[in-house]
Design a protein around this ligand. Structure first.
Ligand code: 16G
Ligand code: ZN
Length: 550
């Protein structure tokens, strides 16, 4: 009864926005910040229920990532450090749309019963809270706290301004009984980076490679955190621009989303930067793309996107695995052959998929959205996933990692300092450097940098792994985006009827043509992606398919 009154009172202080239906979407609720308070309050309650149900620590992140500064959003981090289980998404939607405190309360009561959540005031719940640098973040975080405190036994731990991947990392660490502070995060990624640097072969160590990278921080949280991280590193010089301290507006003509979609230099970069290795983070630092400025006469860049980061990672991992599996002089337990898999979405450039397959890798496709890629990657011993937009990571299975640790010990005794042992150590360090909870621009940046140093490669050499097919993305505003439904990892539209046939009829007109449409998970639009052998052809294919959709 006390619990009922508490919830009723608390939710009567927050009014849901009228006439808008918010949905949990691909990556949580997102909208103009001015209408989000009641939703965030409710998500606070939901997070507390999730913690009670799982008897573990969960996270709640306030961010709208690469979207404009006046937007904001909220999402829940599950105990594993991954996204909220998809089974709870429909309930999140229902909660957000309840019109009165009473309706809200009855939804909660019903759900608590159905899910057998121990809402008795005896069990405790703990929620880690984080937010990006958006000005609206502070008051939204307050709303989340009020939601959490309306559940008996629930406590909120406010961790302040964090990147999204930092919060995911901390939730995962907490539930593994590890230290879950920001210093612990920085310590883990910087020390594993140093290990990888120490293991660079002497031949490439002496090659005079440029160890400077210039990073566009999107005027968000990532730049700020990178300033801290860079002071803990040697053998890498990081110059951060668009740190948010210079008065620049978050994601405005800057950031990974802008750079990847527009393929032009972000604000703060100019013709003086021709030839430098540059990188761009998004507003909450879970995406990373690289680029270089080819000439001083145009704003166009050479983009090195998520697909190429994936290719670089896959190449390195595969190399280390093959060194590891070479028969040494000693007879050692060589039995565990790691299953290595690569996960992409339909947005992956066709040339990247061809390249990966030709390199002998198993490539799998999923629908857009980190939760889908992550789930598939977790089915491999080593699963590498990336979206072309720069979100991705490498997952190592527990069983393979413990085999690798044992193997490393064994090699340490039998052939200390051998190539095989170095390969084992490198793989172990990658597992510590790369965020196992979610894609993380900061840890991916360090891994890219150390692999380039390892190989003695410039950004140009890396970019030449394969040549991207020209592509074009368009969006079409529609009244009802749910009218379009897709299958086969979003490559085939199954409704409205006949639309796929019309798309196919256009696509066959273009050499190397490939085209798909899908409803956005974050905006009221249908997205069109087209690829072809020339830019003109890709533009024209995208244009005619957009007309079919309209
Ligand atoms: C979200 C997703 C991202 C996806 C994008 C697609 C997460 C953490 N983020 O930003 O992975 O690429 O949505 O947006 O899952 P769209 O559905 O509007 O095209
Ligand atoms: Zn993001």
């Amino acid at each position: 009864e006390e619990q009922r009154l508490l919830l009723l009172h608390s939710s009567s202080l927050f009014f849901p926005p009228q006439g808008v239906k918010l949905s949990y979407g691909t990556a949580g609720f997102r909208a103009d910040a001015s209408i989000l308070k009641s939703t965030v309050h409710r998500v606070g309650i939901l997070a507390a229920l999730r913690s009670l149900k799982t008897q573990s620590v969960v996270g709640l992140m306030i961010t709208a990532s690469h979207n404009k500064v006046t937007d904001n959003g909220v999402k829940i981090v599950d105990p594993s450090g991954g996204m909220l289980t998809q089974e709870w998404e429909p309930f999140a939607d229902q909660l957000a749309s309840a019109q009165t405190p009473e309706a809200f309360l009855s939804l909660i009561t019903e759900f608590v019963e159905k899910e057998k959540i121990p809402l008795d005031g005896v069990q405790s719940a703990e929620i880690l809270l984080g937010r990006d640098t958006r000005p609206s973040g502070e008051s939204l975080l307050e709303a989340a706290k009020q939601g959490i405190s309306s559940i008996l036994g629930a406590i909120a731990l406010d961790l302040g301004i964090l990147t999204t991947p930092q919060l995911h990392w901390m939730v995962r660490a907490r539930n593994k009984g590890m230290k879950a502070t920001e210093p612990a995060y920085f310590e883990q990624i910087s020390s594993s980076f140093r290990c990888l640097v120490d293991l660079i072969p002497n031949e490439t160590k002496s090659s005079k490679m440029d160890n400077t990278v210039v990073v566009d921080g999107a005027d968000g949280v990532g730049g700020e955190k990178l300033e801290v991280l860079k002071s803990m590193l040697t053998s890498l010089v990081i110059e951060v621009r668009n740190t948010g301290k210079g008065g620049g507006l978050l994601n405005d003509g800057v950031g990974a989303d802008y750079v990847q979609k527009e393929k032009v230099v972000p604000r703060g970069f100019c013709s003086n930067d021709v030839g430098l290795r540059c990188a761009s983070l998004d507003g909450d630092a879970d995406r990373l793309v690289y680029f270089s400025v080819p000439t001083s006469s145009s704003r166009k860049i050479d983009l090195v996107d998520g697909d190429k980061i994936l290719s670089l990672f896959a190449l390195f991992i595969k190399e280390q695995l093959s060194i590891l599996s070479k028969e040494g002089t000693e007879k050692l337990d060589n039995s565990y052959h790691a299953r290595l898999g690569v996960i992409q979405t339909a947005y992956a450039n066709g040339a990247s998929t061809d390249y990966l397959k030709q390199s002998g890798l198993e490539v799998i496709f999923t629908p857009t959205g980190v939760k889908h890629l992550h789930e598939k990657a977790a089915q491999f011993d080593i699963g590498i996933y990336f979206e072309a937009n720069g979100h991705g990571t490498i997952l190592f299975s527990e069983s393979w990692l413990s085999w690798l640790e044992a193997r490393n010990d064994e090699l340490g005794l039998a052939s200390e300092g051998s190539e095989q042992q170095k390969a084992a150590l490198r793989l172990l360090s990658v597992g510590k450097l790369i965020n196992q909870a979610v894609g993380d621009a900061l840890s991916c940046l360090l891994l890219v940098e150390v692999i380039l140093q390892h190989k003695g490669w410039s950004i140009h050499k890396w970019n030449e792994l394969y040549q991207d097919l020209p592509s074009r993305q368009l969006k079409v505003k529609v009244v009802d985006r749910t009218a379009v439904a897709t299958t086969n990892a979003e490559t085939v539209a199954i409704s409205p009827p006949g639309i796929q046939e019309a798309i196919d009829a256009e696509t066959v007109k273009y050499p190397k043509g490939r085209c798909f449409i899908r409803p956005s998970g974050t905006e009221d639009v249908i997205r069109v992606y087209a690829e072809a052998s020339t830019q003109e052809a890709a533009d024209s294919l995208a244009g005619s398919v957009a007309k079919i959709v309209d």
